[in-house]
Write a protein that binds this ligand. Structure first.
Ligand SMILES: Nc1ncnc2c1ncn2[C@@H]1O[C@H](COP(=O)(O)OP(=O)(O)OP(=O)(O)O)[C@@H](O)[C@H]1O
Length: 283
């Protein structure tokens, strides 16, 4: 009866600010869960939940030693988690920042997007056929300004010829990554953060590890051409997918980048884009 009264009192005290409070906390928990579930932190999270469940269990069954050890080490545990999950926490904060203040960095015109992707894909395909090692990061919402400053500024329109030229072996800019923002090549010879993921194949060297590393801390699309095999790979959100051919690569890049366009268009722009599309199909 007492419990019921407490519940009723709590329900009565709920007001707008408590609803907002609950919604914000629920959103933060959801985003954290989604981020963790996509990363190597998932197994660690399961371990933490198990340990946390031990607190009430040890209390109920009077397991004094277990209870004391877990409850006394929990503060150190939280601190360690912040250190261990630093990349994931950073990504989460960036995700939140991105949703709150969406910027206009990505290409907003479908025709231009098709052209830029076409230039990149042709370059990557040609580099793959000549087994020329390459690393290209396409910026999305996470700004890559700090990364681009580690290299040499190019600031040229994206073109197959320039991209191929950049990666010619033994030329000054071929080492490191090239960063693309919108329809421009921002800079080349950039240093990317290496992944600390121990699960990836030992056969993959630092080029692939650097691509994965950047994809873990940003939403960039990172393309890799292997110097050894000519294989084309794509790193995105901490995952590496290998063996792309020209068509598949073109499709996936258009799909991902155009989904960003749709999201960022205003209603007026959406209607204009729709009218443009129907004009094209009727003529
Ligand atoms: N942190 C980094 N940031 C950017 N580029 C890097 C980084 N580390 C290595 N690279 C690039 O990767 C090249 C070395 O590639 P390595 O052979 O180790 O990688 P790999 O993954 O085995 O690729 P490949 O199949 O092309 O040999 C370097 O010459 C440099 O251009």
């Amino acid at each position: 009866m007492e419990t019921l009264n407490t519940i009723m009192n709590t329900v009565k005290n709920i007001n707008v600010s408590s609803v907002v409070d609950i919604l914000i906390v629920a959103y933060l928990i959801y985003r954290t869960y989604k981020l963790i579930i996509e990363t190597r932190a998932e197994l660690l999270l399961r371990g933490i939940i198990l340990i946390l469940l031990l607190i009430p269990v040890s209390y109920i069954f009077n397991l004094t030693m277990v209870y004391t050890i877990i409850s006394k080490t929990i503060t150190i545990g939280v601190l360690s988690m912040i250190i261990i999950f630093q990349p994931e926490i950073r990504r989460m904060l960036e995700h939140i920042g991105r949703s709150a203040f969406s910027d206009r960095r990505v290409l907003r015109d479908t025709d231009l997007l098709g052209k830029v992707v076409g230039e990149i894909v042709t370059a990557v395909d040609n580099l793959s056929q000549t087994k020329t090692g390459a690393l290209i990061a396409i910026e999305q919402d996470t700004g890559l300004g700090d990364i681009s400053e580690t290299g040499t500024r190019i600031d040229a329109l994206v073109s197959t010829a320039i991209l191929e030229n950049i990666f010619v072996p033994n030329t000054p800019l071929h080492d490191g990554a090239t960063i693309i923002r919108g329809d421009r090549i921002l800079s080349s010879g950039c240093v990317l953060p290496l992944t600390a993921n121990k699960d990836i194949s030992k056969k993959l060297g630092t080029r692939h590890r650097a691509a994965l590393g950047l994809s873990e801390v940003s939403d960039a699309l990172v393309l890799i051409v292997s110097e050894e095999t000519g294989t084309i790979s794509l790193a995105l959100n901490g995952k590496l997918v290998r063996n792309y051919d020209k068509d598949r690569l073109q499709k996936i890049l258009i799909k991902i980048l155009s989904s960003k366009i749709e999201k960022k268009l205003t209603w007026k722009e959406r209607i204009e884009a729709w009218l443009k599309r129907s004009d094209r199909t009727s003529s």
